[in-house]
Ligand binder design. Sequence first.
Ligand code: 5GP
Length: 191
Amino acid sequence: MKLLEERIRKDGIVKPGNVLKVDSFLNHQMDVNLFNEMGKEFKRLFSDCPVNKILTIEASGIGIACIVAQHFNVPVVFAKKTQSINLDGEIYISNIESFTHKRSYDVIVSKKYITRDDHILIIDDFLANGCAVQGLIELIQSAGATVEGVGIAIEKGQQPGGTMLRSQGIRVESLAVIDGMNDETGEIRFR
Ligand code: 5GP
C-alpha cells in the first residue's frame, strides 16, 4: 500500500536491533485517516472471506483493529496480556515470546467471545518473528473457530514470521513489507 510505505519512509525511525519506530502515526500517536485507508484496503483484500469477528492483541493492535472492524461491520476482540493466570476454565490462554521486550507472557481471551462458529480475521500492527500471531491462532484453534486470515500493517520480511505462517497455509496480507533496514543511514527498503 503506497500511502503506508510513503508514511513509513517519511516518519519511520530505524533503531538498532532491527526495530522500526512508527510512534508518530501508528504506535503512540495514531493517524486515524491513515487507519481508515488501511481498513478499506483490508476489506478489499479479504472481501471473499466470511469474517464475523476481528481478533487483535493489546495494546498497539487495538486502534487499527477497531477502524478495520468498521469496514467489516463486525466486533473486535483483543487478547489481554496477563501475568496472573486465572485458571477458572472460562478463558483460552496461550504464551507469546515478545520480539520488542525479549520476554514471554500469557495472553487470554474469554470463552464468551470466541466460539466454534466464529470466522476470525487477525489484525496486528507488526509481523516480525510471528510469535504474537501464532499465539492468537492458538487461541482461535482452542475455541474450534476458523482463522480466515491475518492482516498486518507492517511486515518485516527479513524476519521469519511471514514465511512461517504462510507455510502453514495461513493467508497473510501485509500492507507494507520491509526487506531491510539500516540503523546507521536510516534507509528502509520495501519489497
Ligand atoms: P512477532 O511476535 O511477530 O515477533 O512481533 C510482533 C509484535 O512485536 C507486534 O505486535 C509489535 O507490537 C512488536 N514489534 C515487532 N517488531 C517491531 C518493530 O520493528 N517495531 C515496533 N514498533 N514493534 C514491533
